[in-house]
Design a protein around this ligand. Sequence first.
Ligand code: SDX
Length: 372
Amino acid sequence: MDIDFDVKHGLEGVAVAISSISYIDGEKGKLVYRGFEIEDLVENSHFEETAYLIWFSSLPNENEIDFITSMLAKKRTLPKKIIEMMKSFPKNAHPMGVLRSVVSLLGMYSKKDSSTLENAINLTAKIPTIIAYWYRIKNNLPLIPPKESLKHSENFLYMMFGEIPKHSDLFDKALILHLEQGMNASTFASTVTASTLSDIYSIITTAIGTLKGPLHGGANEKVLNMFKEIKSVENVEPYIYTLISNKEKIMGFGHRIYKTYDPRAKILKHWIKDLFLKDNVEYFEIALKVEEIVIKEFKEKKIFPNVDFYSGILYNYFNIPSEFFTTIFAMARIVGWTAHAMEYRKNNRIFRPRSIYNGPKGLKYKEVKGVE
Ligand code: SDX
């Protein structure tokens, strides 16, 4: 007898775990990490300290911050064999495809008995190196090895460009904004992998593959490409109204939970506005015009800018190419992914939902094939 199930499309409104890592108030546009509002953390903290908070559920003391900072700094280098393999990759490979593949390769070189936390720190330390090395290899530039003396965020920019740009503190804060967001698609997918007790490299390969999609982390790259296509503020209206009349999704807008302005987008916009007043920040005026139209046209559906709408303008300001934007998202969200994997496993149960069958029944092979 068929059990009566109702399908929750896209799992809307379905809770799959109890978690103390983050809280989202979608109506008020609030994001809280382990009890701290995101505005408080970006104002006062930095990447290493907030990563510790997400992993260990409390802010670190001096010794603990030294521990996490030195652990992350010491584990930045990649095995030589992997660097050689990266040099053989096709130069037009997408950075998210390279990241997904190299994380899988790292799994072949990892110590089998290391704990999930050790692997989480190891991957958090190495992902920036993978991204920066791919940028250098793809552009036929010499590799710039990591510097242990630099902070996590500064070291990434140094490995990319050989120097630390002005306002690099904003890049560090942007990573804090992307650390964690509850059961988003890539965190959910990787928690499913974690629930089978698979290894951390498989868990994170799942996450990276899921984040790559344009409806999720891949949107930030699409947003900047949209700005490049629009070219000038004068072109915004015809461009956006064409998308609207074609019923196309406008990248960087909408959210399953936030039914008001995404607090992260609000913070990024504020920083970019300050920067814009001081320095030439490309595309900001175009973004403001796009936002004005979309918010007006989609008021009933409560569609507002999400984190991906403004993040690319900041990354572009740091000369990071748009095809690398989603890898920046991944280099932060590795902390949330690994925190959820460790938390879920404390009360693990394998994910195994149902599907409702609507296909044929009672078919007979010989009758269908018309044979005796
Ligand atoms: C991230 O979950 C997270 O927290 C994700 C994230 C994180 O930190 O992990 O916040 C990061 O992924 C942000 C989202 C980045 N993606 C985009 O910017 C792509 C564009 N956005 C949409 O595809 C969409 O808004 C989603 C994917 C973000 C949310 O999808 P939902 O909740 O399934 O919403 P939906 O597609 O069911 O839309 C509801 C209605 C529809 O209209 P109707 O069919 O009811 O008439 O709103 C419309 C949609 O057409 N709509 C949009 C729109 N987003 C929703 N219309 C135009 N442009 C959009 N961007």
